[in-house]
Design a protein around this ligand. Structure first.
Ligand code: DQA
Length: 147
């Protein structure tokens, strides 16, 4: 099984971006943890970060098409796009990729505009509020064949 992990906008700033909300680990450190978990669970993982909606959509399309970038499953932290990107939602629903939406913070316990995810209805699951553990549990779910 090959899993694509997409990190959306501003997640390249992790480590120095509002550490009281998002923790002190950098994106590189988080990716190391994701890769370590994938190795332990015997699945393959590819990580990708972009600040651009269209690039995220292109990555989802490539993962769903036959070719070298084909993946079996998607883990996505869409960042702020979570709350309004119908285009990313349509990219997910337009492919056959089972998708888990993840968040470092608990989006239900913050500003009202973060409570709504337009992405969640097209995902098999949402895992939020557990820091890097949100990503690791998503890898476990796919490795276990639980979703
Ligand atoms: C986030 C939550 C979003 O509301 C925010 O815009 C982010 C990060 C999270 O991981 O907690 O960029 O997706």
């Amino acid at each position: 099984m090959k899993i694509l992990v997409i990190h959306g906008p501003n997640l390249n700033l992790l480590g120095r971006r509002e550490p009281e909300i998002y923790g002190s680990e950098t994106l590189g450190e988080i990716n190391d943890r994701i890769e370590e978990r994938a190795r332990l669970r015997g699945v393959s993982v590819v990580t990708f970060q972009s600040n651009h909606e269209g690039e995220i959509i292109d990555a989802i399309h490539r993962a769903a098409e036959d070719g070298p970038d084909r993946c079996d499953a998607l883990v996505i932290n869409p960042g702020a796009y979570t709350h309004y990107s119908i285009a990313i939602r349509d990219a997910i629903s337009g492919t056959d990729l089972p998708t888990i939406e993840v968040h470092l913070s608990d989006i239900t316990a913050r500003e009202p505009f973060r409570k709504t995810s337009v992405i969640a209805p097209v995902c098999v699951k949402q895992i939020a509020g557990l820091g890097v553990e949100s990503y690791l549990l998503a890898i476990d779910e796919f490795a276990d064949g639980a979703v």
